[in-house]
Design a protein around this ligand. Structure first.
Ligand code: HEM
Ligand code: SF4
Ligand code: SF4
Length: 511
């Protein structure tokens, strides 16, 4: 039943890099697994350091630069460090944002219902770049002068202003009054809008991780502090509108568009910016390589309204509503089709997915229409009936992780699911008790890197009897193995299967 097991060149490269980082930091501290949370973290560092230096900042063409120079040099031990931390954390924010974008793209986590996080992410890119460019203007040094003049000329290309902005803004008086009032106001309001947009960005994600692990956060802060001490941020000479700025140091995270404006025309750069934005925005709707399977459906007569599917859905795609069919339960589950990514995790959470139920009524409270539980149970029963040999194992795997088809043999049966958390623990018990296998091996994405965000966590908790539906205590736990392996880790999975079988050989025979 395998659908994906994506192995594009970029995907393999990403898995390789992340595997190397796992070896250095461990899965729980791998920065690549926490890019969204690190984005939030750097946003807060920028906000706090910014609030400190803003207290010393003075608004006005004559006042801004000296006030920045004051806290940078006179108060270097705090104001200067805060300024550097503010700058480096802003750069880090852009870096993690682009890595996050690249990662979600390579993993294909932007299609279907995930379009919402993707498109709001694209809006965030421009908001964050705007806030950063605006920040550079506050310093009112030669870099600010160069970027202000270039921006005004760039915007003047657009046929939206009745009077050229250059005439309105680039005079001493206009700069002093309107410009500094505008940028000071914007430098506070745009970050507030960013915060609102970040909230929108993760609205359709259950249990979003917005705080990195403590050790990762401390490590990042120490790196920012070290950078601030080793290479403190300095201004680039007071702006002087009568003099063309000299050679400037460009911040490539925020100001990459300005060197481009030196070699391309304003129209060409607008075309590039609009083109990239449009392409990013339509990406979720471009033809997909893998067809999405139909979304989850509730079977009301089999739903007791327990709410386990709501608790486990990683995408806020199931909600509880008052009962509509007169059955004696207060609530019923309802799938929001636009939000469902067809991971099947809700099916694994539903108590009525229990395969020990009788044939005539084996319909789960919530089902994947193309992979009904009755068909999965029938597939398991059929495969297990053909197994031969001493150490028989049923392997349950995930379409997005290591390819389990290659493990299939006379004594090994396999079943791949859209997410390993679609597996109700009772199906593992069923394979052991009714299928007569010696062991069940459960495998899915690498720890900390579940394609469906929470699937691996839910499975490990269910198997450890820490989360409903639990693996029942009558199941011999040593007959249920776990191995978390990506599509790059097929060899590791084969090794894990061999050692699992070796451990099974030490247990009493089941047949
Ligand atoms: C600095 C800006 C950003 C921050 C702080 C941020 C933060 C986050 C966080 C915390 C999550 C939830 C992660 C989880 O718990 O699984 C998330 C998800 C996501 N982000 Fe961002 N994000 C940012 C920018 C972007 C950008 C620019 C894009 C792409 C255009 C993007 C695309 C996505 C997608 C597609 C998801 C959903 C992934 C899924 O469905 O599993 N984000 N983001
Ligand atoms: S399949 Fe179920 S768990 Fe997955 S997104 Fe849809 S409703 Fe949520
Ligand atoms: S887990 Fe199953 S029984 Fe419980 S509310 Fe969801 S669909 Fe209904």
């Amino acid at each position: 039943m395998s659908i994906n097991n994506r192995t594009s060149f970029a995907h393999r490269g990403l898995l390789w890099v992340e595997g190397a980082l796992n070896r250095v930091f461990g899965n729980s501290l791998n920065p690549m697994y926490h890019l969204g949370a690190l984005g939030f973290y750097f946003f807060w560092v920028v906000a706090i350091s910014g609030a400190y230096i803003y207290a010393f900042y003075k608004t006005g063409i004559e006042l801004s630069h000296p006030s920045v120079e004051y806290f940078t040099n006179e108060q270097w031990y705090l104001g200067g460090i805060m300024r550097s931390v503010h700058r480096y954390a802003s750069d880090a924010l852009v870096l993690v944002m682009f890595l996050h974008l690249l990662r979600e793209y390579i993993l294909g986590r932007y299609r279907g219902a995930r379009w919402f996080a993707w498109v709001t992410g694209v809006i965030l890119i421009w908001m964050i770049l705007t806030a950063g460019i605006n920040g550079y203007w506050m310093v009112w040094d030669q870099l600010a002068q160069f970027t202000v003049v270039t921006t005004v000329e760039w915007f003047d290309w657009l046929p939206i202003f009745s009077e050229p902005m250059a005439r309105t803004f680039i005079t001493y008086e206009a700069l002093n009054d309107r410009f500094f009032t505008l940028i000071s106001f914007a430098h506070v309001t745009v970050p507030l809008l960013i915060l609102f947009m970040l909230w929108v960005h993760i609205m359709r994600i259950s249990y979003p991780v917005v705080n990195p692990r403590k050790r990762l956060a401390i490590g990042m802060l120490l790196t920012l502090l070290a950078l601030s001490l080793i290479v403190p941020v300095q201004s680039q000479g007071l702006a002087d509108m009568s003099v063309e700025p000299r050679v400037l140091q460009i911040d490539w995270f925020y100001l990459w568009v300005y060197p481009l404006l030196g070699v391309w025309s304003a129209g060409q750069v607008w075309a590039l910016v609009f083109g990239i934005t449009l392409l990013l925005c339509v990406l979720p709707w471009l033809p997909a390589r893998n067809k999405q399977i139909p979304v989850a459906e509730v079977s009301l007569k089999d739903c007791s309204g327990c709410g386990l599917c709501v608790a486990d859905c990683p995408y806020e795609a199931v909600v509880m509503r008052p009962r509509s069919d007169g059955l004696n339960f207060p609530e019923e589950a309802v799938v929001v089709p636009d939000r469902c990514v067809s991971c099947g995790i809700c099916v694994g959470a539903c108590p009525s997915s229990n395969p020990f139920r009788g044939d005539d009524q084996y319909i789960s409270g919530i089902e994947m229409p193309s992979l009904p539980m009755s068909a999965l149970r029938a597939a398991v029963t059929k495969d297990l009936s053909t197994l031969e040999g001493d150490l028989r194992v049923m392997v349950f795997g995930c379409d997005n992780a290591a390819n389990i088809e290659v493990l299939r043999s006379k004594s090994i049966a396999v079943l791949s699911l859209p997410c390993i958390a679609m597996l109700p623990p009772s199906l593992a018990e069923y394979a052991l008790r009714e299928g007569g296998v010696d062991g069940v091996l459960i495998t899915g994405c690498r720890e900390g890197d579940c394609f469906h965000r929470l699937g691996v966590s839910w499975v490990t908790e269910r198997l450890a009897a820490e989360r409903e539906p639990r693996l029942r205590s009558r199941v011999q736990r040593e007959r249920v193995g776990e191995c978390w392996a990506s599509s790059l880790d097929n060899h590791e999975l084969a090794v894990a299967l061999n050692s699992f079988r070796a451990s099974l050989s030490k247990l009493p025979k089941v047949r």
